[in-house]
Design a protein around this ligand. Structure first.
Ligand SMILES: Cc1ncc(COP(=O)(O)O)c(C=O)c1O
Length: 394
């Protein structure tokens, strides 16, 4: 079946964050929203059919995740990532952000040092700070249009006794599909100094054409024993509203600690429709995902080409993974306030501001490319018009 990603679906007034919170975040409804990381595409038929079929039963009581749910997930991880996962290694979490928070509670103590690599997905910062742990930055370095890790600095933090690192693999917002070699260096350091690795792999299925995802825990048995991995169908299949994710821990001692927190919070029941949607996605989603990746690849090419020819003020960091582009506006010379005002008021766009992602984000904006091509074209034309001093017609 051929899916139509060009179709424009009006999402406003569906209580959706991206459209219906524009006033709150941008002070106006008059922006094309290209911020929060979900997609403007329709949920595919094989997921909607499974949801409808279950809804027809009309009794929505307490539910479990059946064997078929786990089989669909483990088969997916094997098929897509050549990663053999045992059912016993899988714990539930409603989302990856809750999972990161639970990992912080389960595997560290108050005042422990936890490493993050900014600019990075900002809820990592609160997951550390709000539980009284100490945030330690291993700053990423932008070099030739790509972030690289600073391993010397990382080793220093490991040596100084950090308890944990929270990794975005692939990286949001920089779009790195971290290579095997980069991850091996990171894992060698963390294993040597006993620093636990929490690998947020929510974007692992969304690796763009020409790149590969490396499962951190798949590098070696020693690394697997020192890693907690988080995966979800939410980004891949646009199911964030279903609040269903998985935490994969092969080390039984770590799993026991994680389960203690999960049990105490009493959230493992999860969401009946999240279970149904996830199983359908992992069972039937390959062909749809391949078409989606081709479509996103087309959007990335449009962005690169447009920026190259018509937006000399903006440097685009090409995403190796994720459907987010990291745009460097520093050549415009605008300060952060001017840039924010320009993007909202002149270009009529709702983007994520770089500094939200921590140090290193200054001068950047994050743009979500998971939209019909015509929407992206319009957004880029608005940006171009903004630079020419015209006010965007949103
Ligand atoms: C790296 C990363 N982790 C986690 C999330 C969100 O996780 P969840 O909605 O499952 O809590 C996002 C969403 O953008 C993300 O980019």
């Amino acid at each position: 079946m051929k899916y139509n990603f060009d179709e424009i679906t009006d999402r406003s007034n569906t209580a959706c964050v991206k459209y219906d919170l524009r006033n709150l975040f941008f002070g106006t409804e008059e922006v094309l929203p290209m911020w929060v990381a979900d997609m403007d595409f329709r949920t595919p038929d094989f997921i909607m059919d499974a949801i409808r079929k279950r809804a027809e039963h009309e009794v929505l009581g307490y539910s479990i995740r059946p064997d078929s749910y786990f089989t669909s997930l483990t088969a997916w991880l094997m098929r897509r990532h050549q990663w053999a996962v045992d059912r016993q290694w899988i714990a539930f979490s409603p989302g990856i952000v809750p999972a990161v928070n639970m990992a912080v509670l389960a595997f560290s103590q108050r005042r422990d040092r936890i490493i993050v690599q900014p600019p990075v997905y900002f809820p990592f910062f609160d997951a550390v700070k709000k539980h009284g742990r100490k945030l330690v930055y291993n700053q990423l370095i932008m070099e030739n249009g790509r972030y690289r890790m600073d391993f010397e600095d990382l080793e220093k933090h490991c040596r100084e006794g950090a308890a944990m690192i929270i990794l975005s693999n692939p990286h949001n917002p920089g779009g790195n599909a971290w290579t095997r070699e980069e991850l091996r260096k990171l894992a060698d350091l963390c294993n040597r100094y006993g620093v636990l690795m929490v690998s947020d792999e929510i974007h692992s299925d969304l690796v763009n054409r020409g790149y590969r995802h490396t499962v951190l825990a798949g590098l070696s048995p020693e690394t697997a024993a020192n890693t907690v991995t988080m995966v979800a169908p939410s980004k891949t299949f646009n199911l964030a509203g279903m609040a269903t994710s998985s935490v994969i821990i092969s080390n039984p001692l770590l799993m026991k600690k994680f389960r203690k927190v999960l049990d105490a919070l009493h959230i493992e029941m999860g969401n009946l429709f999240g279970n149904i949607a996830s199983e359908a996605a992992y069972t039937h989603g390959d062909a749809w995902l391949e078409q989606l990746l081709d479509y996103i690849d087309g959007n990335i090419r449009l962005l690169m080409d447009f920026a190259d020819k018509r937006l000399p003020q903006v440097k685009v960091i090409r995403p190796e993974a994720t459907y987010m582009a990291w745009l460097d506006f520093s050549a415009t010379g605008m300060n952060q306030h001017e840039l924010k005002t320009f993007v909202i008021e002149k270009a009529g766009l709702g983007l994520n501001e770089g500094p939200q992602f921590g140090p290193g984000g200054e001068g950047y904006m994050r743009m979500n490319l998971a939209c019909p091509r015509a929407t992206l074209q319009k957004a880029l034309e608005q940006l171009e018009a903004g630079f020419k001093g015209k006010i965007a017609d949103v």
